[in-house]
Design a protein around this ligand. Structure first.
Ligand code: AMP
Ligand code: MG
Length: 361
């Protein structure tokens, strides 16, 4: 699973050194630091929430409870690993009648359909049977590719034209009994947005929320500096940071790629991102795609969608859609970066941010 590290710019000035020496006891005069980050397990990965300060009305334990409550709510609707979740019950349902669900689920299907349409079917949340056939689903890994017959069978039960959604009252409907929804490409981003909204509602205005590498920030760090997000080198071994992304304004970042979740057999690499148009794992030079967007659901969906499309088609579409995206391609042992215009504009805006200039000491 792709993931991002948060990097903290190292700053050391003579003034800092003097203050430390002059105080003797650091704790006696250091400004209070932020509360420790909250961490926990969710969605088969880990989450991190950093806030710069707790509101007077909320303890650290209450904040954690608030975050966990939001995550449980999303999982109860969207987790394919929980057989009792709304989505699992819909997946198990065999009828072609309207199946009532919560509004959240109906709406996320609507937005996934939109990204699906914009990518001419490359992004497809009904891809689950193919994900299973390739061994990247709930039934677990396999060490050889599926047979042609298995793939052909899976392809008869996928496609957004076999799924309908209704928002009022919210419900889903399938036209083939075996249709399955897999929201893995978008649910982490959605959950990040829900947690962010809960923090907003609690009066917290400076935070970083991350689930398995998909993240959203608001405001500034406790020292007033921009949040910085490390984009990893898309290599399966090690976790080196390729580039630090300065978050000069509020937004979300998601990364998708084939560099961590894959299997190799007979010298072939098969990754967990499947091209529903061919039934095969997406296969190209592209190692990862990072997308910046206003919300994490959008960033998450597009990062996966562009990974399916690859550099050539994905890059062109990202430019047409005005997306801020960074494509990283394998070039021997190194990685070549291909940013879209909007991604470059994001970096330039960060360079020109007054606060960033101040910190360039
Ligand atoms: P992400 O880590 O956000 O890129 O999502 C990857 C996950 O999305 C995979 O593990 C699959 O469960 C699912 N997936 C794979 N291929 C597609 C696709 N073409 N469209 C939508 N979801 C996909
Ligand atoms: Mg995604």
């Amino acid at each position: 699973m792709p993931s991002l590290h948060h990097t903290h710019r190292q700053r050391s000035s003579p003034l800092t050194t003097w203050l430390v020496l002059g105080c003797g006891l650091l704790s006696a005069c250091a400004p209070p630091g932020p509360p420790p980050p909250l961490r926990g397990a969710t969605m088969g990965t880990v989450y991190t929430v950093k806030v710069t300060a707790l509101p007077a009305t909320l303890s650290q334990a209450e904040l954690q409870a608030l975050v966990e409550r939001e995550l449980q709510r999303v999982n109860a609707a969207m987790s394919t690993y929980d057989p009792q979740s709304e989505i699992s019950r819909f997946n198990q349902h065999r009828g072609d009648d309207w199946f009532p669900v919560g509004r959240d689920l109906a709406e996320i299907v609507l937005r996934a359909r939109d990204v699906g349409a914009r990518t001419a079917g490359a992004f497809d949340i009904t891809v689950g049977p193919l994900v299973e056939a390739w061994g990247f689903g709930a039934t677990g890994p396999r060490d050889s590719p599926p047979s042609g017959a298995e793939l052909a069978a899976a392809r008869t039960v996928i496609g957004m034209d076999r799924l309908s959604q209704r928002v009022d009252p919210p419900a889903l409907r399938k036209s083939v009994a075996a249709l399955q929804i897999d929201l893995s490409a978008i649910a982490k981003g959605y959950a990040v947005d829900r947690v962010a909204a809960a923090l907003d509602a609690a009066g917290i205005h400076n935070y970083l929320v991350e689930i398995g590498g998909e993240l959203r920030i608001r405001g500034r760090r406790h020292d007033g500096a921009m949040w910085r997000v490390g984009i990893e080198q898309p290599a399966p071994d090690g976790r080196r940071v390729q580039r630090a992304l300065p978050m000069h304004r509020d937004g979300a970042v998601a990364t998708s790629g084939d560099y961590r979740n894959f299997f190799e057999t007979n010298g072939q690499r098969y990754a967990h991102i499947i091209d529903p148009r061919t039934g095969m794992p997406a296969k190209h030079q592209l190692a990862s795609v990072t997308v910046i967007a206003d919300n994490c659901e959008t960033a998450d969906a597009w990062a996966t969608a562009l990974s399916v499309l690859g550099t050539r088609d994905g890059y062109r579409l990202a430019e047409n859609e005005g997306l801020a995206a960074l494509f990283m391609e394998r070039e021997g042992e190194t990685f070549a970066e291909r940013p879209t215009q909007a991604f470059d504009a994001w970096l330039s805006a960060a360079d020109q941010s007054p606060q960033e200039t101040e910190n360039n000491d």
